[in-house]
Design a protein around this ligand. Structure first.
Ligand code: FES
Length: 139
C-alpha cells in the first residue's frame, strides 16, 4: 500500500458514527464530489443556534465515510458559527491525517456540512450561507 490510512481513519471507516437520517431535520445537505462522483447527505437538528444532532449517509469511498463520521462528531454541541469553522483540514487532522490523494474526500464532508447549514439558514432566515457554493450538485 503506497499511502496508508491512519488507525483512526480505519476505525471510523469500519465503525462510522451517526450513520442514517434524522426525522424532520432542521437542515439537509446534499453534495457530490466532482472528482469521483461520490455523494453525501448530511442532516442536522438545531436548537437555540446549537447543533444538537447530526447524521449522514455517504455513498462513497472509505475516506469519505470516515471524514463524514468525524465531521458529525465534531459539530455536535457546536453553535452554527463554530460548526462553520470545521474545515476539511480540521476533519482530516482529527482523523490523524489523510493521504494527499484522499484530501478531496474530506472536502465532500465540509461541503455536506455547509450545505446542511445553508439549508437550515434558508429555512430559518430566508437567506442561505453567504458565498456558499458546493463544488458540485447532483440530484
Ligand atoms: S473517492 Fe470519492 S469521496 Fe473519496
Amino acid at each position: 500500500m503506497p499511502e496508508a490510512y491512519s488507525n483512526k481513519v480505519m476505525e471510523h471507516f469500519k465503525n462510522p458514527r451517526n450513520v442514517g437520517e434524522l426525522e424532520n431535520p432542521d437542515g439537509t445537505g446534499h453534495v457530490g464530489n466532482p472528482v469521483c462522483g461520490d455523494i453525501m447527505e448530511m442532516y442536522i437538528k438545531v436548537k437555540d443556534n446549537v447543533i444538537t444532532d447530526a447524521k449522514f449517509k455517504t455513498f462513497g469511498c472509505g475516506a469519505a465515510i470516515a471524514t463524514s463520521s468525524m465531521a458529525t462528531e465534531l459539530i455536535k454541541g457546536k453553535t452554527i458559527e463554530e460548526a462553520l469553522s470545521v474545515t476539511n483540514k480540521a476533519v482530516a487532522e482529527a482523523l490523524g491525517g489523510l493521504p494527499p490523494v484522499k484530501m478531496h474526500c474530506s472536502v465532500l464532508a465540509e461541503d455536506a456540512l455547509k450545505s446542511a447549514i445553508d439549508d437550515y439558514l434558508k429555512k430559518t432566515t430566508g437567506k442561505g450561507l453567504p458565498g456558499f457554493k458546493p463544488h458540485d450538485h447532483t440530484h
